[in-house]
Design a protein around this ligand. Structure first.
Ligand code: PMV
Length: 328
């Protein structure tokens, strides 16, 4: 047995979930998860996935263990692509065991796939002793879940759609660090049930909605509008951008065939409340492909908003704009 075979290739990385203010919705390449347009998001410090990757010569399959539960090999899904990519870069036949812990529920619209794939990409690359720059790591994370590209860089991020067919220019970069605009983030868990239609499936259906072209026109402008609001710390502009983008996305999902409605009754209650409040206090909200609501607010509104959220009687996390993925 040579030295490389005896050696333990292991590393641990952590990544945060991210939530978009200008959302990714539609792929120019389904295989490589290449988006049709740019998106802009922020990481959430309190929603974390920590993953340990170990490469070995003994197993015949890669393995994924999430919160102590082993995922069957056929259900590893797109995380397999991340490991295949790293294996190809190394010229290895080794297999990888990924042991992952989330501090929040999976597949409920809380972007667990984003933090999960970003942590997996960073841990597996570090364990394989690959020296990769942040853009390359973001592209590798993207192979697992598109939005995971945005969980690699820190703070406020932009995922560039790129134009190359191999996807090498479709990675996310940081547009501002977490302390650039230290807003408060509340994540309200309206439901802990997995969503009934995956983002990928719903994106495909949406392209046949009668409103697809109108959505596309708006969505292509959304990243620039959101980025400007963030760079200028312009809360009213951010509020207008995030609400329009969120509503356009959900209007679209409701008009595909068969229709998809990610809202739960409590989602609508919270939405209506925030849409009323945002006219008087600096608060806004969004939701991804799921029922849970993410609220952003400025310092002045925080105590009042928190009391309001407590009164809902639902589990919630209070957090801040988060850091990027890192090896621990
Ligand atoms: O990365 P995916 O395939 O889970 O898609 C994410 C889609 C949204 O969360 C709804 C939007 C976004 O930009 O994160």
């Amino acid at each position: 047995m040579n030295e490389s075979e005896r050696k333990t290739y292991r590393a641990t990385a952590r990544a945060h979930a991210n939530v978009a203010v200008a959302k990714y919705w539609g792929k120019r390449d389904t295989n490589l998860n290449l988006p049709l347009f740019d998106s802009v998001a922020f990481n959430i410090e309190g929603l974390v996935t920590e993953t340990t990757a170990t490469w070995n010569d003994d197993d015949i399959h890669d393995a994924l263990i999430i919160n102590a539960w082993q995922v069957p090999p056929h259900a590893m899904g797109r995380i397999q692509r991340i490991l295949d990519d790293i294996r190809t870069r190394k010229g290895w036949t080794k297999r990888c065991v990924l042991q992952s812990h989330n501090n929040f529920p999976l597949a409920t619209g809380l972007a667990s796939s984003a933090s999960g794939c970003a942590a997996a990409a960073m841990a597996a690359a570090a364990a394989a002793e690959l020296q990769l720059d942040q853009n390359t790591l973001s592209s590798i994370a993207r192979l697992g879940s598109g939005s995971a590209a945005r969980s690699i860089p820190a703070g406020w991020t932009r995922w560039h759609a790129g134009s190359l067919s191999d996807g090498s220019d479709a990675f996310a970069t940081s547009i501002a660090p977490p302390n650039h605009w230290p807003l408060h983030v509340f994540v309200i868990q309206v439901s802990d049930a997995p969503k009934n239609v995956s983002s990928t499936e719903c994106m495909l259906r949406c392209q046949k909605s009668p409103y697809w072209e109108a959505f596309l026109q708006q969505a292509k402008k959304a990243a620039d509008i959101a980025q400007n609001a963030i760079l200028q710390r312009d809360f009213p502009a951010l509020t207008a951008a995030i609400h329009q983008n969120t509503m356009c996305l959900h209007a679209l999902t409701m008009t595909c065939t068969p229709p998809v409605c990610y809202f739960a009754p409590k989602t609508i209650e919270i939405l209506q409340r925030i849409l009323r409040l945002c006219q008087a206090v600096p608060v806004c909200c969004t939701l991804d492909a799921g029922a849970n609501v993410v609220i952003l607010c400025e310092d002045t509104a925080c105590p009042f908003i928190k009391n309001d959220i407590i009164a809902l009687g639902l589990p919630f996390i209070q957090s801040r704009i988060g850091s990027g993925a890192s090896v621990t």
